[in-house]
Design a protein around this ligand. Structure first.
Ligand code: EPU
Length: 439
């Protein structure tokens, strides 16, 4: 993966469906990152499989290494990561690295449970909303921890004898909150009840691995998780962890394929995790066949204007994922009719709309949570001095989609943000026949 170059130059297909081929879906970034954090709970090395090569995984590796852990990519298999936490000799999470990646806050749970203390930076603003950490702080307090905020750093200490079992009700359903407190409680004392939990498949994936290694966790994938604390000696890395397929990567390519591919086969994915998207696309008229671990689009006879508009509301799993919100807006800009998209998870996840507007898409922000789309719009060539920006991982993918649909040559900046969540995007698009260059 090349991360030193940050710009894509993309030749638009001017609405034609020309891409064709197969995409193999990588392991889920948002599960793999949490399994890396969970590695800290163990008293010996653990093996993590199907780990994607993207920039967030590299950042998490660096954070763990700075704490003293050994993090090594397996030689034989390019997607195996071995983490040995036994050499950890610091409990201070690197503030600069942590500030660049929200997922680092998940590491605080296992660190606190395993070493009795942890320090990390208070989060600042973020391009997709404020993203507070009150649920983590309140949870740790209920588990008996003491918390001090000094010079922008939180210093958290577990009580003598370890974090204690408690009951926690999440006022807001939180993926990171559920995972972090679940992992913290796994090495706590007694029983912890977590209520109103997130049910994302990535949480289930990591929890099932921990259970297979001796953790006492029940109810994952439901709103109530019960954890009976054990100690790190009782956690044995009996089984390697294997990341589930990345449903957001699969969904992103599915939406791109719906607009730009005459035929596309998305392999090594879990269609069940994508029903919210597949059912919307089917209702719109996109010809999709989901079978086993494959989703196929055979699309050449259907122009995008033959697809029908629909409304979308983002929702916690199993609802429509916020991480596909910008990509589905790019899709809706090309189909016939009016749609509204309501973003219920994050306020302020519409920055990318200005990029679509530059291209002439009929997208209007009605308020910080809602946008209206009038389609179809042909996406026009930009003046020579005008370029497109990736605002975050997913918005970056949406802008690449729009450039591929558009007419002429487009430059997309800040590609390092796309690299955080998509492995070798330009290489994979070229394999499908797109003209995308990184410079
Ligand atoms: N929230 C609070 N207080 C907290 C924690 C969260 O108010 O202490 C709020 C958030 O501000 C948000 C809502 O709760 O409004 C849900 O956020 P959640 O905690 O579920 O998000 P997250 O764990 O920070 C993960 C993914 C995101 C994905 C969201 C929602 C990882 C590393 N990140 O974030 O993925 O959008 O869940 O599904 O797992 C991405 O991959 O591009 C990405 C942003």
């Amino acid at each position: 993966m090349k991360q030193n170059s940050q710009t894509f130059t993309i030749q638009g297909l001017n609405g034609a469906k020309k891409l064709s081929g197969v995409i193999n879906i990588r392991g889920a970034k948002n599960a793999a990152l949490k399994a890396m954090a969970a590695a800290v709970l163990f008293d010996g090395p653990v093996e993590l499989r199907n780990i994607p090569h993207n920039a967030d995984i590299e950042t998490m590796s660096l954070i763990l290494r700075k704490l003293g852990a050994q993090v090594i990519w397996g030689k034989k298999h390019g997607n195996v990561l071995v983490i040995d936490p036994t050499t950890i000799d610091s409990t201070d999470i690197d503030p600069e690295l942590a500030a660049g990646m929200r997922a680092s806050v998940v590491l605080t749970g296992p660190m606190l449970a395993r070493f009795g203390k942890v320090s990390f930076p208070a989060p600042g603003g973020c391009v997709i909303g404020a993203r507070p950490i009150n649920l983590f702080i309140e949870g740790y307090k209920k588990m008996g921890a003491t918390i001090e905020l000094k010079n922008g750093l939180y210093h958290i200490s577990a009580p003598k004898g370890g974090l204690k079992g408690t009951s926690i009700f999440f006022n807001i359903i939180s993926v990171g909150g559920t995972e972090t407190l679940m992992m913290a409680a796994a090495l706590g004392k007694g029983k912890t009840f977590l209520e109103n939990c997130a049910m994302e498949p990535e949480i289930v994936n990591v929890a099932e691995w921990l259970i297979s290694c001796g953790a006492k966790i029940s109810g994952v994938g439901t709103p109530m998780i019960v954890i009976t604390g054990t100690n790190s000696k009782a956690l044995k890395p009996k089984k390697a962890y294997t990341a589930i397929p990345d449903r957001i990567e699969a969904g992103s390519y599915l939406l791109l394929g719906a607009l730009c591919a005459k035929d596309l086969t998305i392999k090594d994915c879990t269609p069940r995790h994508l029903y919210s998207l597949i059912s919307l696309l089917e209702s719109s008229g996109v010809p999709i066949i989901a079978k086993g671990s494959t989703v196929e689009i055979k699309n050449n006879i259907k122009p995008n204007s033959s697809f029908k508009a629909f409304n979308v509301q983002t929702h916690e799993y199993p609802g429509f994922p916020t991480d596909l919100q910008s990509q589905i807006v790019a899709f809706l800009s090309q189909v016939s009719g009016e749609s509204k998209v309501l973003e219920t998870i994050f306020e302020g996840r519409f920055k990318y709309v200005e990029e679509l507007e530059k291209l002439g898409a009929g997208v209007t922000v009605l308020n910080p949570r809602e946008i209206e789309i009038k389609g179809p719009a042909s996406l026009k060539q930009l003046p020579d001095d005008e370029e497109l920006q990736a605002h975050d991982i997913r918005a970056g993918f949406a802008v690449v989609m729009a450039a591929l649909v558009g007419k002429g040559e487009f430059v997309v900046n800040n590609v390092h943000l796309i690299d955080r969540g998509y492995e070798d995007l330009e290489v994979r698009l070229r394999d499908l026949g797109a003209d995308v260059k990184r410079r």
